[in-house]
Design a protein around this ligand. Structure first.
Ligand SMILES: [Zn+2]
Length: 126
């Protein structure tokens, strides 16, 4: 095997997901509410399950109920239901206390957005 370092410089453009990505960076949960059936998806779905593509961006509280959690080599992850969303989301559990049933979305704190939930006291300032 030959090791070789490869450096790439590139810009990622979130396109229609910009409100979602900017929200994650700032610690806000921006969801899409379907204009036809009001189903709210987080992470946002481009096309609602009813087939509608028109939707409004809505800010959720950021509070998440942990439905399932697992621990892996890369950290803890959870299947969570964000308050106000009709969908479930897979998130990193960042410092969320063992046994905690709820957490709050965390700010990514950098240019790379990630979906993470932690203890309430670690949430971003509103
Ligand atoms: Zn719909």
């Amino acid at each position: 095997m030959v090791s070789h370092r490869l450096t790439l410089d590139y810009d990622l453009h979130p396109g229609w997901l910009a409100p979602f990505v900017e929200g994650l960076v700032a610690g806000r949960a921006m969801a899409r509410a379907c204009t036809a059936c009001a189903r709210t998806s987080f992470p946002p779905q481009r096309t609602c399950d009813c087939g509608e593509t028109s939707a409004d961006w809505v800010a959720l509280s950021g509070l998440a109920e942990v439905r399932f959690r697992t621990r892996g080599a890369d950290g803890d992850f959870g299947l969570v239901a964000f308050e106000g969303a009709d969908t479930l989301a897979v998130v990193a559990l960042d410092g969320l206390s063992d046994g905690a049933k709820t957490g709050h979305i965390l700010a990514s704190g950098g240019p790379l957005a990630r979906m993470a939930v932690g203890d309430l006291e670690n949430r971003a300032a509103p």
